[in-house]
Design a binder for this molecule. Structure first.
Ligand code: HEM
Length: 181
């Protein structure tokens, strides 16, 4: 997993809980924390950090990784503002992940192992996305999508009718846009 994701995780944790909190997590997880943006590190490091945070905060790991994704989205966009150019909604942004955003990421981060998504418009404002990856980071995807919705001032309710964490073959993220009052 690219170091930039660890850098983003550090920023989200430090912003919310203070800089010592990240060091505490590293210590609990038995990691030294030297992550450079372009470097490659085992995804197990991320899992260990999320598990340590989950224990400390008494929160399910899914909530921790969702939080990192949600708070991490604006950090990524601040770093690469061009990626948001031409988009005025979370829907078009999410629909461009396979063709534009992640291919761009692969140019910036050679060797990046990004997921792919299969899209199904289910009508009534619902978009279903099948998450295809061997990393089982569907909750991180959920968080990034929620962060994307925040960025465009939209509200999306996300559920997973099927999820690999529950033994299903794949994860389907069901996005339901909610009208803002
Ligand atoms: C709604 C928007 C996005 C979603 C749902 C999404 C989803 C994901 C997920 C789930 C992963 C984890 C790898 C996996 O599951 O196989 C990932 C990896 C990654 N994404 Fe995205 N992403 C989004 C936007 C972005 C943006 C804006 C950037 C900008 C830099 C970005 C950069 C990356 C990078 C660097 C990785 C790590 C690849 C690796 O470790 O090899 N993503 N993305």
């Amino acid at each position: 997993m690219k170091g930039i994701i660890f850098n983003v995780a550090e920023a989200t944790v430090s912003d919310e809980f203070g800089e010592d909190a990240w060091d505490d997590l590293l210590e609990s997880a038995g990691l030294d924390g030297a992550y450079t943006a372009l470097g490659d590190y085992p995804v197990d490091h991320l899992v260990a950090l999320v598990t340590a945070a989950s224990d400390k905060l008494s929160l399910p790991p899914a909530d921790v990784i969702r939080f990192i994704g949600r708070r991490g989205f604006p950090i990524l966009i601040d770093k690469y503002p061009d990626m948001a150019v031409g988009h005025s909604s979370a829907r078009t942004f999410v629909l461009s992940l396979n063709e534009v955003i992640h291919p761009e990421v692969r140019k910036l981060y050679p060797g990046a192992d990004v997921p792919t998504f299969e899209y199904r418009d289910s009508g009534k404002g619902v978009l279903e996305i099948e998450y295809v990856s061997n990393r089982q980071l569907c909750y991180f995807a959920e968080g990034l999508i929620l962060g994307c919705a925040d960025y465009f001032d939209e509200s999306i309710d996300i559920s997973q009718p099927t999820c690999q964490h529950d033994g299903a073959i794949s994860c389907v993220l069901r996005l339901q846009w909610i009208a803002n009052d």
